[in-house]
Design a protein around this ligand. Structure first.
Ligand SMILES: NC(=O)C1=CN([C@@H]2O[C@H](COP(=O)(O)OP(=O)(O)OC[C@H]3O[C@@H](n4cnc5c(N)ncnc54)[C@H](OP(=O)(O)O)[C@@H]3O)[C@@H](O)[C@H]2O)C=CC1
Ligand SMILES: CC(=O)N[C@@H](CCC(=O)OP(=O)(O)O)C(=O)O
Length: 373
């Protein structure tokens, strides 16, 4: 079933999927989705969110290392939601029967498979960096390998709804923004769009939790290495730098000078970005500027003046919480931006894109407030 011929599947929605059994008789437009890379942190987060989505049926979920294992055996938090779903080897023919496929895989995997799925009429939502950078040579320089699908770049839409909502609605291939790029761009967009800061000297000082590094075993993610400690990394150039710069240049309409320094902190989830700019334009009411820019954005919350948003205030939710400050009424603006790297920074944003592409209410599956504490 493809997007253009969606039909009502009342009985299927009600009886074929255990997730719907407790829901009273109702008509649903159910689409079938696949997830490539279902054992990773963003894959399991997609499953958690999709379990609350009445119009999506997860039909295929892949893992090469866990093929044959029941999803609920690996992730007991999903028991009762996906009891008949089992990991399988990635099979383009099966995936191509889905209306949409999410790639929750390391870079390079979507390059290899996306073209075939698009030809079969399946929409692709890629959480990796494969299609985020418009210039294939630039991508190759930062990712240390040739770009595997430059012919698809023309149709890839950068999936930041706050910038590209209309294009996302009509897209067949979505590049879901990275976690740091989401937090940084949302914090700076209002200032850049209005030409209020010196675009030669922007600073993004960012902190992440350890799930940002994925579920694979790495010494740096061990409790004894990352716990009770904090460090900067990739100061001379992180792979998200060209992606962030691309978005900021688009907003400013001119080249920007950006210093981006990421830090690893002993959190499980969360990104905290502290963004600095030197004010050059008329900045009488920065609070009103931010409130107006995001007034109609369901995934952005501009907090009251003087606020200091906490990462835990967005844990598990598809929200970016922002606060804007002008210390001592000087010429420096400081924007604080927090997201959950696995939700607005990855799987939630991916689902927000799917909702837009298929005409579902934009935050379907993501209505619950954040977990606190
Ligand atoms: N973690 C985060 O906060 C964020 C991650 N991202 C991006 O999302 C993607 C997934 O991240 P994350 O969930 O953390 O990654 P993980 O390392 O936790 O999981 C990767 C998944 O991909 C599968 N996989 C690995 N290699 C291949 C392959 N060659 N072919 C098919 N499947 C493969 C793995 O399963 P198996 O090996 O069994 O097949 C596993 O299920 C990455 O590109 C990451 O950069 C984006 C934003 C934030
Ligand atoms: C802690 C840690 O290692 N974080 C990752 C975050 C990147 C990420 O999540 O990948 P995307 O490029 O797909 O967004 C990093 O710095 O590389």
């Amino acid at each position: 079933m493809q997007a253009h011929d969606l039909v009502y599947h009342t009985l299927r929605a009600t009886f074929s999927n255990e997730r719907h059994l407790s829901i009273p008789f109702k008509e649903y437009t159910v689409i079938k989705v696949g997830i490539v890379g279902g054992t990773g942190y963003t894959g399991v987060e997609l499953l958690r969110l999709l379990a609350q989505h009445p119009e999506v049926d997860v039909d295929v979920i892949t893992s090469r290392s866990e093929a044959g294992l029941s999803v609920c055996n690996l992730y007991p938090n999903l028991r009762g939601h996906y009891d008949r779903l089992t990991f399988s080897e990635p099979d383009p023919a099966r995936l191509g029967e889905c209306d949409a496929v999410f790639f929750a895989t390391p870079h390079g995997v979507a390059h290899a498979l996306a073209g075939e799925l698009l030809e079969r009429g399946t929409r692709v939502i890629d959480l990796s960096a494969d299609f985020r950078i418009a210039d294939a040579d630039e991508w190759s320089r930062w990712y240390g390998q040739p770009h595997g699908a430059p012919q698809l770049l023309d149709q890839a839409v950068y999936g930041l709804p706050e910038v590209n909502r209309q294009r996302i609605r009509g897209a067949r291939l979505i590049a879901v923004p990275g976690c740091y790029p989401t937090a940084v761009q949302l914090g700076l967009l209002p200032l850049l769009e209005q030409g209020l800061i010196d675009i030669d000297r922007i600073i993004a000082d960012c902190k992440t939790g350890v799930t940002g590094a994925g579920r694979g075993a790495k010494v740096g993610s061990l409790l004894a290495e990352a716990g009770e400690s904090m460090k900067a990394y990739a100061t001379s150039g992180h792979r998200h730098l060209p992606e962030i710069r691309q978005g900021l240049v688009h907003a400013a309409g001119a080249p920007v000078g950006l210093t981006f320094v990421p830090h690893l902190t002993p959190m499980i989830r969360g990104i905290h970005a502290t963004l600095y700019g030197r004010l050059t334009g008329n900045a009488d009411d920065l609070q009103a500027l931010f409130e107006e820019r995001y007034a109609d954005e369901p995934a952005v919350d501009v907090m009251p003046p003087g606020s200091h948003p906490e990462t835990r205030s967005v844990k598990g939710s598809n929200l970016c919480r922002l606060a804007v400050h002008r210390p001592a009424d000087g010429d420096t603006v400081v924007v604080l931006s927090v997201i959950d790297n696995l939700v607005k920074g990855a799987s939630g944003q991916a689902l927000q894109n799917l909702n837009l592409m298929f005409g579902f209410p934009e935050m379907t599956g993501m209505q619950a407030p954040a977990l606190l504490p």
